[in-house]
Design a protein around this ligand. Sequence first.
Ligand code: G6P
Length: 611
Amino acid sequence: MCGIVGYIGKREAYPIIIKGLQRLEYRGYDSAGVALLNGELNVYKKKGKVADLHNFAKEKDLSSSIGIGHTRWATHGEPNDTNAHPHISMGGKLAMIHNGIIENYAALKTDLVSKGYSFQSETDSEVFINFVEDIYLNTKVDLAEAVRLALNKVVGAYAIAIVSLEDPNLLIAARKGSPLVVGLGKDEFFLASDATPIIEYTNEVVYLDDQEIAIIKDNNLTIKNIEDVEMKPYVQTVDIELEAIEKGGYDHFMIKEIFEQPKSVGDCLRGRLNAKEGHLHLGGIHDYTNKILNADRILILACGTSWHAGLVAEYIFEEFCRIPVEVEYASEFRYRNPIVGEKDIVIAISQSGETADTLAAIELAKSKGATILGVCNVVGSSIPRATHAGSYTHAGPEIGVASTKAFTAQISVLTMMALMIAQKKGTLSESKFRSLLVELESIPDKIAKCLDLNPQIEIISEKFKDATNFLYLGRGYNFPVALEGALKLKEISYIHAEGYPAAEMKHGPIALIDENMPVVFIGTKDSSYEKIVSNIQEVKARKGEVIAIVTEGDTEITEIADHIIEVPHAHEALMPLVSVIPLQLLSYHIAVMRGCNVDQPRNLAKSVTVE
Ligand code: G6P
């Protein structure tokens, strides 16, 4: 949450910073600001989007070859101009941007107030920069050392960047729990919450580790940890293409990412799966195969859409591998006293690789001796670095806040993991294994066929755009899809939607059904098909309006439902990869028709680095 950008070099900093903030807007968008140095410390900040900041700033003095910028997702203090970052120290010489939460800010603030400090904003961040200033002014240390001393006293999570009016050749950054990347150019350095604002200028980056401080001074980068030990920067090459982070002719990132799914799932399978040769190999977890084969249990930890992918995986692993699986919200797991042992395998699923609750849950499970595997999309992010091993989803950058292509890529990886283990364990016959590989390899084409339904789904969306409630029902493998369909709709269209196992409807939600309640059934041909036909009858008997996702050639549901969306046939274990596509499109079109900002829905952020 919150996006950070910084620049120091020979170019004009402002255009680089503002463009970078636009790339990071998925991390938060309630206010934005920049600080620039050119003999003066100029800070411009504004409530609203980065575009609002740009409109406000464009008439101002923007010349500077050093600066920091921030796009905010509010934690302490409402979104307004004053609470927006950067924050300036009381002495007026230091400016800071911050992503995260300083948990002990109240105690620090009390102490600072007793020393005569006063504060403009309600933020924890302003407390921190004054704390740094206080140390800096009252000790004989340089600014970087003052920052290091201050960080040693801070409880909480942070990614920070600081500039000082006293030294325009100095940029200081640090991280703990929130991501930060330093880009290395020729006589210039970039700073950002992820690599996307940087790749236009350089593909050489250093990902800071927790509790590391980057000091860029006089064209030199020094990294030290907060214990004052100098660290050797580990330079990596990022291979993100610029087109991957641009809309490329689409109206929104979300629809671009929905349409990318034949490719993203294909990329995820490529090099790992060869159905013709009956070959399946996930190099990242290969060394842990025996541990998984001997596992007592698989524990899946995730949040949001990734948690839904975990639910699909639960069904797949239990069916094919015969290993008990539990799926937990990371946020719940981390705050109870879970029973975890050395023979447990934890699979942590995360698109961003930065979700604070998932990271903390991993640390807890690790401390109890479990083996941790990651299924993440963002290469080099915190979760893959905190796990013992894992497999990337290779879906490419996902920028729309509502997750789409990450979900299908996560299920693809998890399915490959399960099939690989099942084959080695002997819980799946060779012929079944091979036929599932063929099925899995055909999924990108089936997704492409679902995308052809887009015009039809747009027409259906028109009919339901003014609904105030929606119910999504599915059984078996399609139950997590119902949850995901409901989540997509509520997060981007603000229509209240609930997902339920279809059979549970009669234990409550059925009371809500009347002619004003649209009900989306995922009723593809599988082992619970007949049961779902009965559930549809129950809804129709109460005058509910039914939109049904069915398998091509369906006759029974087609007779009774009001609207039919036909998707290609797939093995039931793989059906979520197909049946979710129309639900993504339905939520997208409804949200657009309601005039919602689908890529940046209110109150949400894509990377949730606070708990
Ligand atoms: C946020 C995002 C969701 C995402 C969830 C988990 O809520 O808006 O799209 O599913 O976080 O994020 P992760 O990056 O861990 O998958």
